[in-house]
Design a protein around this ligand. Structure first.
Ligand code: CS2
Ligand code: MG
Length: 402
């Protein structure tokens, strides 16, 4: 079997998505997600200009060899753009192989380890009351885990607190929107939110929170301690993810479980955190961490050290990535939870998919391959729109993480 075509499809059904489609002389084809929020065209060019020409004529069945060829062969290893491009090829090849076998991908990955994939939804509100009302809606829909984010008085439009309900899109303007941050204002609010949430929602539902890399290590340690009485499932991205040693300090002060890694693209980003057991959940996901082949390696290393997975699943990860993550989640022993932000109806129409939500769990379905298609004619009716993630300044106008 030979690859005869590899092309990039860019579409914006509410937000931008970059998808790679690989075709073969045997008629089998596969899809891979290559979306990097706010930097979509860089990955599209990396694929179209540098990777796709080298794929033509290759045997699509050689998934590991192709991964090594693209990773080692480029000389410039790692990095979000490179790894998203490799991820797209890798995902498309797994999709193709599973379709050839007539099996849903999770069967090729060793079969199901569980009946379904527990997911968490997103409750956002300007006030604590509004956030809790949203969380109630998720619990009523059957969710067993909910992430809670609330507005901070004095900080208009805090990052990660969506005004939209059910959907959430931080990249909302062509040029970066400038937002304000003050940890001093935020720190007392989060424990109040979770005290009220436990009071209103009880203790059965899992509660999660994301600090979006905004705290210093000692502030994160304080927040972790203050949240201990409310037994969070996790506190995510407490400090900037490029400084793993900061987690030694946080870990030594708090028993609140810690999650990090949605911005990781390589096993090397996660190594110290996992080997020293500084985190409880690793957030790396298929598209941003080198595809299924590389993510399996990260998950195996995590399993050795008692760390579970919690794949990133925001709306900027396309249904192709979501499906790939679900097949992966179903098949690994150390799965923890999967983030699930719903896509818009337009996105779901462009990417018809077999995965389904039931009783707080997602299941990838039993269609051969990933179980996701792309309606190319419809995709073409939603042309690319430049969109950037916001930039954050402190109250004195300076730029620092905290
Ligand atoms: C967030 C993301 O889902 C999360 O946990 O941190 O929404 C993140 O802000 C976006 O995916 C960035 O593209
Ligand atoms: Mg996050």
């Amino acid at each position: 079997m030979k690859i005869t075509d590899a092309r990039v499809i860019i579409t914006c059904p509410g937000r931008n998505f970059v998808t790679l489609r690989i075709e073969t002389d045997a008629g089998a084809w596969g899809l891979g997600d290559a979306t990097v929020n706010g930097r979509e065209l860089a990955v599209a060019s990396y694929l179209t200009d540098h990777v796709c020409p080298t794929l033509i004529g290759r045997d699509p069945q050689r998934i590991e060899d192709t991964w090594q060829y693209l990773y080692r062969g480029a000389y410039w290893r790692r990095g979000p753009i490179t790894m998203a491009a490799i991820a797209a090829v890798d995902t498309a090849l797994w999709d193709l192989k599973a379709k050839q076998a007539g099996l849903p991908l999770y069967q090729l990955l060793g079969g199901a380890c569980r009946d379904g994939v527990m997911v968490y939804g997103h409750a956002n509100g300007e006030t604590i009351e509004e956030t809790i009302a949203e969380a109630r809606r998720y619990v009523a829909m059957g969710y067993r885990a909910v992430r809670l984010q609330t507005g901070v008085p004095g900080l208009p439009r805090a990052y990660g607190v969506s005004r939209d309900k059910l959907f959430y899109e931080p990249a909302h303007s062509a040029d970066p929107d400038e937002q304000l941050w003050s940890t001093h204002r935020y720190l007392p609010v989060a424990p109040r939110l979770f005290a009220a949430a436990r009071e209103a929602l009880g203790w059965e539902v899992h509660l999660l929170h994301d600090a979006h890399h905004r705290l210093s290590p000692i502030e994160a340690a304080r927040l972790g301690r203050d949240l201990e009485p409310y037994r969070l499932f996790w506190l995510e991205d407490a400090t900037p993810a490029e400084d793993p040693a900061a987690f030694r300090l946080i870990r030594s002060h708090t028993t609140t479980p810690l999650a990090v890694g949605e911005v990781f693209n390589s096993i090397h980003d996660a190594r110290l955190l996992i080997e020293e057991r500084l985190i409880d959940y690793i957030r790396a996901t298929v598209v941003h961490a080198g595809g299924i082949t590389h993510l399996r390696r990260i998950a195996s290393m995590a399993d050795l050290h008692g760390v579970k997975t919690g794949c990133h699943g925001a709306t900027d990860l396309s249904p192709v990535c979501m499906a790939a993550a679900l097949h992966f989640d179903l098949s690994i022993p150390n799965f923890g939870v999967q983030e699930y932000m719903r896509h818009t109806q337009e996105t779901d129409r462009v990417f018809p998919h077999a995965y389904r939500f039931e009783d707080g769990y997602l299941h990838p379905g039993d269609a051969p391959g990933l179980g996701v298609d792309i309606d190319e004619a419809l995709a073409a009716s939603f042309p690319y729109r430049r969109a950037s993630l916001p930039v954050t300044r402190l109250e004195d106008g300076s730029m620092h993480d905290w």
